[in-house]
Structures are given as C-alpha cells and as structure tokens.
Design a binder for this molecule. Structure first.
Ligand code: SAM
Ligand code: SF4
Length: 393
C-alpha cells in the first residue's frame, strides 16, 4: 500500500490555572504573580519555529489550545499569536481551532473577542452543577458562572462548544450524576465529554481520596444511565468519554485517536510525527517539551525538542491505545497506513480478543473491528493483548 503522511494537527499548551484542582494531573500550575503573557507567547512561536523543518509544507488540519487554562490569556494576545503562527505554517481553510476555557475566567464579551481572534470551537470545563461538588472539586466557578459562560458563547455565535462533565464524584448518587447531565443537555452544547473521576497519582485526591467515592458498580450504573440519556438527547457516543451531535465530533481529538500526527508546542507538550519516504513509513517519532513552565521559558523552548523513535514492536500497542477508544474502532487500511505494518500482524491478537468477546468484526464492513460492549468496559484488557511482550504479537 502506497503511504502518505497522516493529517497533521497543532497542539499549543498553556500551563497556568488560577488554582490547582485536587484531582488534576495535567501539566497545570497555580499562577503565582502576574501571567507572563507576552513572554510565553513569544516562547511558543520560537518553539514552533524549531519544529517546522520536520513538517515541511504539510498543512495543519486543527489547532487545540489546551491547558491549564488558556482562557487566562487575552483574546487580543491570542489573535496576534495566530497571525504569526499562520505566517509560519499553513492552517487549512475552515480548520477547527479549539480553546479550552474555565467558566471562572469568562467575563462579558470575552468569547466574542476570542471568536474575532480566530477561535472556532470552545471546550468549557463545567464539571458539575452541584454547588457542594464544585466546592469539593476545588473549582473557582459556580454553576451560575457556567450558565453565564454558555450565554456568552451563544451571544458570540459560537454554537460549536463542548461541556466537560465529571461523574462518580464524592458522595454522588445516580440521581446527582443524571441531574448534572440533564442540566448540561439543557444548555444544548454540540458536544459533551463525560469523564469518570479518577484518582491520579501525584494529585491531592491521589494521595488522600475523598470520602464517599462511588464503588465500581455504582460508577458503571451512572455511566450506563448517562449514556442512555445522552443517546436519547441526540448525543452519539463516538469515544470512551466523548458524545456529539451529528457533525460535531472533535476533529482534533479524532486525529489523536486515529493515530494521526501532531506538533506539540508549549510547556510539557507532546508531539508525534510520521516520516514517509518512497511510499513507506520511515519512522514514527515522539517529542516532549520541558514540563515546568519557568524552566520551559528560560531554556526549554529554544532548540528543537529531543525526539525518540517508537519501536516497530510497540506500534500495534500504541495504535490500539488510541483506536480502541473509538466506538467505531478501526480497519485494515487505517492500521496499515498509520503504522506501516501489515494487517496480518494483528491476526493472532484479534482472534484472541474475539474469542474473549472484547472485540468484534464490524458486520458488513470489510476488515473493520471495534470493541464490544464488554470490551469498552474492560478496555485496558483489550489493549494489553497488543503488548509486544506477549507471545504471538
Ligand atoms: C485539562 S482539563 C482543561 C479544562 C479547564 N482547565 C478546566 O478545568 O476548566 C480537561 C478536563 O479533564 C477532566 N479531568 C481532569 N482531571 C480528571 C480526573 N482526575 N478524572 C476525570 N476527569 C478529569 C476535566 O473534566 C477537565 O475539564
Ligand atoms: S482541571 Fe483544569 S482548571 Fe483544574 S487544575 Fe486541571 S487544568 Fe487547571
């Protein structure tokens, strides 16, 4: 099969937040003192420049400003950033440009200004609408702030927005999870990300889990009930935690899950690039930037990031860690074009997984495979079947 490089996305990381939430293990840091806005944006441009040689003239299909809290940055400043980014790299016409926003940082008119700056999609961290939960989660905003932020989105004409919600919260009952979800649905977002709260090592909750966490059975019940509610309201699940109205799937995240390429720019940002020559995959490499924002600013952004090649033996596992999150799974052509490996390499693990009822071939679709309902519940077991150390892989 003749290979071409996969779609290329651009991720820009903004590492500061007003305060650090106790559950969060993202590379985010409570802001101390003034936001070094101009210094950081200048560093992002230098960082991007150091990586351009590796992508040639490939256009960018989506841009994602993630965090941390990118909405701490002024719309005008981001507008100036985009102008300069566009001078260095082609952003495809109509590309999705997403901004992650915290409802506690949105004042009047701010989304209209972000839209004028080039933002086409917003992902709003609602998390819950229950005041007691917002407090336990250490959020800096009220439910009312989230309602006001959505009103600002509408006023700005940004209908393509996502709400992040978490469930399986401390002391939460099924009714509480459903009530949060119904409030979110009533706001009519184009997309809902519905995450089960997890205890991450190195976080406050990871060290000392809050009291009253729902057990696995109740968490699963919440997930099932919420999934049914979402489906009924017209939000189709397309990934483990992602639900969208028709046509509103997140282009940027889909590219990750389909094992596409991305440039990672900013403190702690990860990148992945595929080099193709003569119709064959030459190498798949990963990059990662210095995590700590001050160190990133002083010396972590000025040289090309170190690269590490993904070993050929690790590629099936790496591909599956992404593709198996998708409700529609993957097919032969996607696997072969993204990894450069032959489909036959998957025969043994696919057979084993079908036998365990974790994966199934998709009816009436040549070579398509997807997780079964059981497989979606025990995703890590399914993915582990592709680990290189297992015999037969
Ligand atoms: C990087 S955060 C960005 C959003 C923005 N900073 C905010 O919080 O408003 C992305 C999302 O990941 C989810 N998240 C973070 N930590 C989590 C955890 N431990 N368990 C489940 N979801 C989590 C939250 O829903 C959060 O909104
Ligand atoms: S959840 Fe969002 S606001 Fe809270 S610390 Fe993480 S990135 Fe910052």
């Amino acid at each position: 099969m003749e290979l071409t490089a996969p779609p290329l996305a651009l991720y820009l990381h903004f590492p500061w937040c007003v305060s650090k939430c106790p559950y969060c293990d993202f590379n985010s840091h409570a802001l101390q003192g003034e936001l070094p806005q101009e210094t950081y944006l200048a560093a992002l441009l230098i960082d991007l420049d150091t990586q351009l040689a590796r992508v040639g003239s490939r256009p960018v299909v989506s841009v994602f400003l993630g965090g941390g809290t990118p909405s701490l940055f002024e719309p005008n400043a981001l507008g100036r950033l985009f102008e300069k980014v566009r001078a260095s790299i082609t952003i495809a016409p109509g590309a999705e440009i997403t901004l992650e926003a915290n409802p506690g940082t949105i004042e009047r008119g701010r989304f209209a200004d972000y839209r004028a700056a080039g933002i086409t999609r917003v992902s709003l961290g609602a998390q819950s609408f229950a005041p007691a939960q917002l407090e336990t989660l250490g959020r800096i905003h009220s439910a009312q702030d989230t309602h006001a932020a959505v009103a600002e989105l509408r006023a700005a004409g940004i209908d393509n927005f996502n709400l992040d919600l978490m469930y399986a919260l401390p002391s939460q009952a099924l009714a509480g999870a459903l009530s949060d979800l119904r409030t979110a649905i009533a706001l009519q977002p184009a997309h809902i990300s519905h995450y089960q709260l997890t205890m991450e090592p190195g976080t406050v909750f990871g060290g000392r889990p809050p009291a009253g966490l729902p057990d696995d059975e109740l968490s699963f019940e919440m997930q099932q009930a919420c999934q049914a509610e979402l489906a009924q309201a017209g939000y189709a699940q397309y990934e483990t935690s992602a639900y969208a109205r028709a046509g509103a799937q997140c282009v940027h995240n889909l590219n990750y899950w389909r094992f596409g390429d991305y440039l990672g720019v900013g403190a702690g940002a990860h990148g992945k690039l595929t080099q193709v020559a003569g119709g064959a995959t030459v190498a798949i490499t990963r990059t990662v930037r210095e995590r700590e924002p001050r160190r990133y600013l002083t010396r972590g952004h000025a040289d090309p990031p170190p690269t590490s090649a993904v070993a050929r033996a690790d590629l099936p596992f790496e591909f599956m860690m992404n593709a198996l999150r998708l409700v529609d799974g993957f097919d032969e052509s996607l696997f072969e074009t993204r990894t450069g490996l032959a489909w036959s390499e998957l025969s043994a693990p696919l057979d084993r997984l079908a036998e365990r009822n974790l994966l199934e071939s998709i009816p009436r679709q040549a070579s398509g495979w997807r997780p079964t309902e059981l497989g979606r519940r025990f995703l890590n077991d399914a993915i582990a079947e592709f680990l290189p150390t297992r015999p037969g892989v």
